[in-house]
Design a protein around this ligand. Sequence first.
Ligand SMILES: Cc1ncc(COP(=O)(O)O)c(C=O)c1O
Length: 369
Amino acid sequence: MSTFDPEKLLRQDLNDFPPYSMGHVPLADMGKYIKLDLNENSFGPSPKAIKALAEMPYYNRYVGQEELREGIARYVGVDKAHIATSNGADEMIDMVQRVFLDRGDAMIDCPPAFEMYTFFARLNGARIVSVPRRDDFSVDVDAIEREVSSFKSQVVGSKPETCNLKLVFLANPSNPDGSVLSYADVERLLALPVMVVLDEAYAEFAGESYVSRVPTQSNLIILRTFSKWAGLAALRVGYCVAPKVITAKILQCKSPENLNAAGNVAAQASLEDKDYLLANVRRIVAERERLSAELVKLGWVQPLPSRANFILCRVVGRTGREVADALEKRGILIRAFGAPRLREYIRPAVGTPEQNDALVRALKELDAD
Ligand SMILES: Cc1ncc(COP(=O)(O)O)c(C=O)c1O
């Protein structure tokens, strides 16, 4: 038995690293649940994407990403030189941080927010400047402005290096609350001397996007994904729309085959079938409004207005975790949260009409319990 202890070589700063836990359901059990916990698309992918996957003969080949970048460029209406693709938007969060953040540099996070921003920031050795959202979940732009103007460099470790506040990450629409930034707030953020990263994972459901600003706005980076509107969460296709110099840097620094061929093929077929997929997006938006109205009628569930494919709801008289656990016993998965501020909240994704009806029925049953 060797006495060499590999643990001693591990990064000590990762000792207490909090893993991201998604509560995965085993594939074999997937069909047993009404899955409304991870903001997936219950209408599924495009039939053309499924066909393209079945007919793809080149699993033995490395596949380039140029055609997909061209397809995305046509879809979002900007030059291909602004587009880089990634293994889900998650990977692009990491890549953006990597090309900007030297060890000790800072980024602003506005919790409650999508947790992968701080997950990667910790991995990348960044300093996280937290600017909590206000009680109504709106972004505190005044506080962001104050942080940017008063940011002071810190000495990192023993090195007297200058550290900079470089990035602001904001999802628009926001996860978990579903709100969008006002145009005026976006303008104020863009006027700051930092990179503004707008995560538009749910943009198709909001019907608004800042992608067209990118070619003329040198501090704006947009993150997008095929997971939500195109129903390809399992295939991991994301991308950024960024100023050309930044896209070039990301392309220079990313692993060449980061996006797998299945995702690549399915995403291209999805773009060719975007009318079908965007019709499903419209059905989800209509269902979102119908489900909200049904939830209000329950009395103890208070849905917040949402521009995404999920609805954050305050629950009265019980914790979100209690509601989620009780629903799970009835075969329905929704999201509850560990953060104290979100203790009284649940976040169901908007499903098909049948799934949404089942959710409302189950919540009514809980009420009767
Ligand atoms: C705001 C936000 N950004 C990014 C992602 C990750 O998307 P992807 O599946 O493309 O990694 C999610 C997923 O839930 C999200 O909510």
